[in-house]
Design a protein around this ligand. Structure first.
Ligand code: PMP
Length: 305
């Protein structure tokens, strides 16, 4: 999906023109893949653009940085304000927001500790990540031959830039095989997550999602799904899931900031069919929540104006 340029990007405290938001070729993170980032969305509401669960995303950015011993040279509030500022200054009713903390120019070699720490926040208009048809009718997924990170190889709790090589391997494999998305298993063989989304199944009215120790990132959308399920008295459990559990599920869906809430219509060519009632209810409630149309979830919105 090509990026549609906007006017300004926040870089180390300054708003710079989109075309000038460049880095040196010896930027440390470019070579060794150590950086942390977030993916956030702002949605159009009747009070102007609102960023969804901004504080939770900034908290996770700091947690990711802590895991990798990267000292972010800004406070939580400064980075939250940088996110609001880029949405405001680019005059976007809705957009995707990408804060990134990276190790900059000036040091080389594998010890990251002496490296300068740079931060930028970009935003751009971004439609549905897995396609409008996927949101409506569901996506076709395939179990990847690539395993998810083992927590003692790369910590899944961190949203680290280089960790996404693993996701890209699985994504390309799935796309080349004609599927929309990959489902990744843990090194122990349990369902973990998709390349950039958490995964859920529904059986006899209960929602199941893999436990954290199956290696998934703890999604903020996933947490929103838990809250919505609770408010609708739908039971949910974090339990190990086998690939065959997905084949025989009543319903399955995935969740992520970019992807939002997307039904799964088949897994390894085992048809689950059109989205089921629980998936539809959660999806509809989520879309209302992010747009400020459901008072129960107003606290999740951070209005930029
Ligand atoms: N897993 C991975 C690997 C991801 O990249 C994402 C997207 N950040 C998610 C799950 C979903 O997380 P969230 O709902 O916070 O976007």
């Amino acid at each position: 999906m090509p990026i549609e340029p906007v006017e300004k990007i926040w870089m180390d405290g300054e708003l710079v023109d989109w075309a000038d938001a460049n880095v040196h070729i010896l930027t440390h993170s470019l070579h060794y893949g150590l950086g942390v980032f977030e993916g956030i969305r702002a949605y159009e509401t009747d009070r102007g653009p609102a960023i969804f669960r901004l504080d939770d995303h900034i908290d996770r950015l700091f947690a990711s940085a802590k895991i990798f011993m990267i000292d972010i040279p800004y406070t939580h509030d400064e980075l939250a304000e940088a996110c609001r500022e880029v949405v405001r200054v680019n005059d976007l009713p809705s957009c995707y927001i990408r804060p990134i903390v990276y190790l900059g120019y000036g040091e080389m070699g594998l010890n990251p500790l002496p490296c300068p720490v740079n931060v930028s926040v970009a935003c751009w208009p971004w439609g549905t990540y897995l396609g409008d048809d996927g949101v409506k009718h569901g996506v076709r997924v395939k179990i990847s031959s690539w395993k998810r990170h083992d927590p003692n190889i790369l910590p899944p709790a961190a949203k680290g830039t280089g960790m996404y090589i693993n996701s890209s391997l699985a994504k390309v494999e799935a796309l080349k095989a004609g599927y929309d998305e990959a489902v990744m298993l843990s090194t122990h063989g349990h369902v973990s997550e998709c390349t950039g989304e958490n995964i859920f199944l529904v059986n006899r009215g209960t929602i199941y999602t893999p436990p954290v120790h199956a290696g998934a990132l703890e999604g903020i959308t996933q947490d929103s799904i838990f809250a919505i399920a609770r408010d609708h008295d739908i039971p949910f459990e974090a339990e190990h899931i086998l690939r065959s559990d997905l084949y025989t599920a009543d319903e399955a869906f995935l969740s992520g900031t970019a992807a939002e809430v997307v039904p799964i219509r088949s897994v390894d060519d085992r048809e689950l069919g059109e989205p089921g009632p629980i998936t539809r209810l959660l999806q509809e409630t989520y879309f209302n929540a992010v747009r400020g149309l459901d008072d129960r979830y107003k606290d999740w919105l951070d209005h930029v104006l």
